[in-house]
Design a protein around this ligand. Sequence first.
Ligand SMILES: *Cc1c(COP(=O)(O)O)cnc(C)c1O
Length: 383
Amino acid sequence: MIPLSVPHIAGNEWDYVKECLDTGWVSSAGRFVDRFESKMAESVSVGHAVACVSGTAALHVALLCVGVSSGDEVIVPTLTFIAPVNTILYVGAHPVFMDCDKHLNIDVGKVQDFCTKECDFRNGVLINKTSGRSIRAILPVHVFGHPVDMEPLLGIAERYHLKVIEDATESLGSRYVRGRDKGRHTGTVGHVGCFSFNGNKIITTGGGGMIVTDNEQIARRAKYLTTQAKDDAERFVHDEVGFNYRLTNVQAAIGCAQLERLDEYVGIKRKHFEIYRRLLENVPGLSLVTEPAFGRSNYWHYTLVVDERCYGCGAENLRGRLKENGIETRMVWELSHRQKPYRGFQAYRIEEAIRCQAACLNLPCSVSLEESTIERVCDEIRG
Ligand SMILES: *Cc1c(COP(=O)(O)O)cnc(C)c1O
């Protein structure tokens, strides 16, 4: 079986983990936690990085740190893994679902339309005319690694006093190459950004996450909330309800070793994308989702768009056929606004996301893929 995605562990992971075991520093303090945070901050060129137990925990705390609270609304794409949407509910807020663009990212034009046509801006607060609630934040997701068009999104956020929490969990290694944010890393453009080191991400710690920000106050608050909100560590005084969202030293040790290879992994991912593109470009009815002109994607996933009429069968059928031939692929996520817990929430003019959800298929994308394996996958796809 050719798997969709497996971790690539081939560097200093063993040595660093052994050091944790040999020294007894296995839990949530230790030099690898500090080092992982500082190396991540350096890697994405940001002032502060706070390690935590998962990308989901990072998003949860990020929402709290920018002040999203009970009864607020948060604008979020419907085409996303469910985690960011769930975290909106964790803080008692409500999602407002948005459509996607051709890179599968939040449709910034529709966000703009929604804010101007469907909301009132009163006394510095954006009020949703439909629900009467305050819109407090936008939570864009850099889907499959492709950078979101942050410049106009930040413009909207500034105009309407909204906070921006970037779900950069899939886009470690992705940057802007044009425009105002040229040179910046995804996750560092909004008020706060979140990364994940789950097993299927471009680098992994087994499970883990990171909150990044240039805002020192947000960073301090993130550290505080992820470490049980200790106000006096000697006497165990807690002035607020905190969380045990700490990353362990063992996980951070794996993270340090993985991070050393990130640039190499991104290079391999991009090279593999070019091979897929070359082998599939002349197949009628098939195309691949590409990075936007203003960004350089880590190409975490290779997403095939299947035009059923032209190709002869749909994405779901193709998935079944590939599976029979030992190739694992995956449909993109069921849309969030159609998931059972979220059917009652507002969804604004969702059109493109419905088409994409039905037509998109993610192809094998492990860093360790051989060129000959990609050729085999493409041979099967060409049929
Ligand atoms: C992986 C992922 C997360 C959650 O990360 P975990 O570390 O698994 O909690 C959040 N958002 C998106 C878009 C993801 O792909």
